[in-house]
Write a protein that binds this ligand. Structure first.
Ligand code: ZN
Length: 309
């Protein structure tokens, strides 16, 4: 019997991470394509279908048996019906993406939320392994999270759970893209940290990476901006821990590239703030950019299992 592979796509606002994933979660082949969302949703859907078909063919060429397809997108996802309800940065509104992919490939398909499936992959196979209750938090341009309990992602009643980036931690604070003020992501996302330092230092275009690098080199202003951001993040995490009581908090996204410069002070700041809540393990995500693809494949396999009696 030929080895099986799952066609997996993680579609973001700027790029699509695409892979052939084996049932054990290892990646056989990976490729990237630009999303070019400015072309409009029809064209983006066309690219997704073409890329998925190409991957299925690649699997066959490599002697593998493509058995399913999994697609992850950001925004609000109706996973049960396979519909991308609303993905502003990809331009999707009520797109029945699961069935479109299934029809084109002639394979069973599944559609999931990018951060949620990424969280499932980290919880089952990587940084959250061995923990029953995992909160995966992706901190990049924005901040989003996924609660994973015993390996299953929690989507909420409307497929919109995990929007912890919009918890208000600084009432009356920075304006946020969602329309509110003082949201966690308006103060502590990688973008917000870079912007804050740029404003104060007069270095336009400074990134969070610049901030943590300069803080390490003794730049007092950078150190202050970084410390404040850690404090804000810790405020958000303590709220999450009060809500979810997890045993592992897995930090991913671009900001996690700061590694111990982020995790060490963050653990300390969370510990200082906890009163009666239990301290979770705070660890760095292990799958990096591949989490969404691997998670999309796991979701497709889960759906496959459910259908097989
Ligand atoms: Zn917000």
């Amino acid at each position: 019997m030929k080895d099986a592979a799952v066609v997996a796509l993680d579609v973001g606002g700027t790029g699509m991470k695409c892979a052939l994933v084996r049932p054990d979660g290892t990646v056989h082949h990976a490729e990237r394509h630009p999303t070019r969302a400015e072309r409009g949703p029809e064209a983006v859907i066309g690219t997704i279908l073409d890329v998925a078909e190409g991957l299925a063919q690649r699997a066959r060429d490599d002697g593998l048996d493509p058995i399913a397809a999994g697609v992850a997108v950001p925004g609000v996802i109706d996973e049960a019906n396979g519909i991308a309800v609303w993905s502003s940065n990809v331009g999707f509104r009520d797109v029945p993406l699961r069935d479109l992919v299934a029809d084109r490939l002639g394979l069973p398909a599944a559609l999931g939320h990018d951060v949620r499936v990424g969280g499932v992959a980290e919880a089952r196979l990587a940084a959250g392994r061995g923990h029953s209750h995992v909160l995966f938090m992706a901190i990049g341009t924005g901040i989003a999270a996924a609660l994973v309990v015993h390996g299953v992602g929690y989507g909420g009643a409307h497929g919109a759970a995990g929007e912890v980036g919009h918890i208000v931690v600084r009432p009356g604070g920075n304006p946020c893209g969602c329309g509110a003020r003082g949201c966690l992501e308006a103060h502590a996302s990688a973008r917000s940290i870079g912007r804050r330092y740029a404003e104060l230092s007069g270095h336009p275009g400074a990134t969070a990476f610049d901030v943590v690098t300069r803080a390490g080199q003794g730049d007092q202003l950078a150190a202050t901006v970084w410390r404040e951001a850690i404090g804000t993040l810790a405020d958000g995490l303590v709220i999450c821990q009060g809500l979810y009581d997890v045993n592992a908090l897995v930090i991913g996204g671009g900001l996690a590239e700061a590694r111990d410069a982020l995790l060490d002070p963050l653990r300390e700041a969370v510990r200082e703030r906890l009163t009666f809540q239990r301290m979770p393990d705070i660890v760095r995500a292990e799958l990096g950019d591949n989490a969404g693809c691997i998670g999309a494949a796991l979701l497709a396999l889960d759906h496959l299992e459910k259908k097989t009696p």
